[in-house]
Design a protein around this ligand. Sequence first.
Ligand SMILES: [Zn+2]
Length: 454
Amino acid sequence: MRAVVYTRQSFDRTGEGAAVARQLEDCLRLAELRGWTIVEQHSDNDISAAGKKKRPGFEAVLSAIAEDRATVVIAWALDRLSRNRADELRLVELCERKAATIALVRGTDLDMSTPAGILVADVMGATARHEIKQKSDRQRRAQQQAAEQGKPAGGRRAFGYGSDGVTVNEAEARHVREAFADVMHGASLKGIARRWNDAQALTTAGNLWTHGTVRGVLKNPRYAGLRTYRGEVVGPAVWPALIDEDTFEAVRAILSVPERRTTLTTARKYLLPGLALCWKCGSDCATGHTRHGKRVYVCRANKCISRKADDVDALVEAVIVERLSRPDAGDLLATDNRDELRELQGKAAGIRQRLDDLATGLEEGVLTLAAVRKSSERLRNELRRVEVEMAATVHTDALGPLVDAQDVAAAWSALDVQQRRGAVDALMRVTLLKPETGRRDFDPASVRIDWRAP
Ligand SMILES: [Zn+2]
């Protein structure tokens, strides 16, 4: 019979059988006694490869049996052969299938070609399976308990925290806080990813940020100091929050609104498309180019007007900077929209609850599929409207940093286009009028600016 020998170096309390050389010697003598031919010999070293690393030697033994190169496995003792119950189960099941024998220097043979051997293997397998299941039950219970106590889940370090998941990594935390604030002010995820990459603040796996991974950070309840378990928030966490729950909810709402998503991820290039209105028909204006390559704002619906975009942009920006530089600029800020936001959040939560109730009703057979479909569509539309409103509420926050700035012009030029659009939208309504006939230069009076009441 062809045999494969397996030896393993590991910590051994008794000292007996610790040396691979000793294991090998004993295994070779056993093969000689039984008259077996040794066709392969494999070894692993658990001392150098501690932890959960694969054991290439053990895997080679399995494939020698699986591919019929050998019908006997020789090892010094069962605990030398398989390091854990899962490996033991794999080996025993494979040998049973292949009617192979496991021969041990210390211990009885398991000859799977005999009923006695199969019986022993069955018992061993059942014991192993039971232990594995108990272990995973124990692990699951431990994980659930850790979650309920708000303890970190382990795994890869979260951006903004130390490897214990609790200590704040201030350098990264600053980026996280800024990103939440920036999204509130209309910044794009792509822009945030670029800024983090430029600052050499890579992901904790050492990769460059993308808008997708930034989104993952901004939607992670961990940053509001909340512990999740299997995707659900289960309660407060033991680590400190980086942002408050209101901000987290607001950003989550912004990122979940489909209409906003496109404008957030593919940031607009220009200041006023979609914002400036046509004086004649009231439609908004789109941006386009003349035959001579000049960029213009054109009435989107009826093409009533076409105005040189650079002139209009420059005027609007100058007016905003001037207005925000005045001492009473603070009056322009919406007093406090936290209450409004909280009310909208409550409304959204109520709608989500009703959607859940519908699903439960369907599961329990209380409601028909047709009825659920009809109601859920209505609720979903309602939810979308509330979320758009929430996004609009938080977008007025764009003005805060501008009003607080010492040098408004400098603060303005530091904003990206999306943030500037947020500010324009919050402050004013821009209407493009028809210029006086015959006039060739730009007339500031041909742009009407109506300030929104705070
Ligand atoms: Zn028009």
